[in-house]
Ligand binder design. Structure first.
Ligand code: ZN
Length: 103
């Protein structure tokens, strides 16, 4: 027994198959490949970010003359005031993903 596109979906949702599980099957497939692509991209970006951070750190150390001066770390990367309310709504900002872009 096969389910027609316009038959009620066997999952019992009351939707037509083509509007329900057939669509989900389709979406699942495309989402899977999309998720894969996103994952790969994220991994690549993380890699590049780490590399960049390492480089920046080394440059910072060199610029600060670490090893010669007696100045301890004055804290890494002083956080720039992103928004005027970032202080009053610290909770909200900590919940939201912070994306820094240095281009
Ligand atoms: Zn269904």
């Amino acid at each position: 027994m096969s389910v027609g596109r316009n038959d009620p979906c066997p999952c019992g949702s009351g939707e037509k198959y083509k509007k329900c599980c057939m669509l989900k099957d389709d979406v699942a497939r495309s989402v899977a490949s999309a998720a894969d692509a996103v994952k790969r991209k994220a991994e690549k970006e993380a890699d590049e970010k780490a590399e960049k951070a390492e480089k920046a750190e080394a440059e910072r150390k060199a610029a600060a003359g670490e090893g010669t001066g007696g100045r301890p770390h004055a804290g890494r990367a002083p956080a720039p005031p992103a928004t005027a309310h970032s202080k009053s709504s610290a909770r909200a900002s900590s919940a939201a993903p912070i994306r820094k872009r240095t281009v």
